[in-house]
Ligand binder design. Structure first.
Ligand SMILES: *[C@@H]1O[C@H](CO)[C@@H](O)[C@H](O)[C@H]1NC(C)=O
Length: 138
């Protein structure tokens, strides 16, 4: 049986990243009973948009390179490359100010040859800025 008890957890709602450094987005999920994970897709769009769309893709865990925003190619990777471990955390390298925005993900899972898309409704906002000179001071 395929049980639609699917859940994605983004443990943080907002992350502040420093330009030039990297940002880690912690993320995990529970596929429904009987489902296996086929791929994880991350999106990034303007924070004002309630939902990112296909042209906002920045990372896919499979070999498909279609529609990946050019500025993100090669800069995003999974912390845990084995998607069946239910860990969707990513690291984004070389953060620039234009990386500010809303990050969303979709986990593609499959059961009995039926494909189910899951789009997380939660948004995670990353803001980035050059805070050079201020780090290390309280
Ligand atoms: C996901 O994987 C990373 C890297 O192995 C690890 O640091 C992190 O704790 C994992 N997250 C969860 C929720 O297991």
């Amino acid at each position: 049986t395929c049980d639609y008890g699917f859940c994605i957890t983004l443990s943080e709602r907002e992350i502040t990243a420093e330009a030039g450094l990297c940002a880690v987005i912690p993320c995990s999920f529970t596929p429904g009973y009987g489902f296996t994970v086929s791929s994880v897709v991350w999106f990034k769009c303007e924070s004002s948009k309630p939902r990112c769309v296909e042209s906002d893709i920045i990372f896919r865990s499979n070999k498909n390179r279609r529609n990946i925003q050019s500025g993100f190619e090669g800069r995003v990777s999974l912390l845990e490359p084995v998607v069946s471990l239910n860990n969707c955390s990513i690291i984004v390298n070389d953060i620039t100010e234009s990386d500010s925005g809303s990050y969303q993900l979709r986990v593609n899972v499959e059961c009995d040859n039926r494909l189910k898309y899951n789009f997380n409704q939660q948004k995670l906002d990353i803001s980035s800025g050059d805070t050079g000179g201020e780090s290390g001071q309280n």
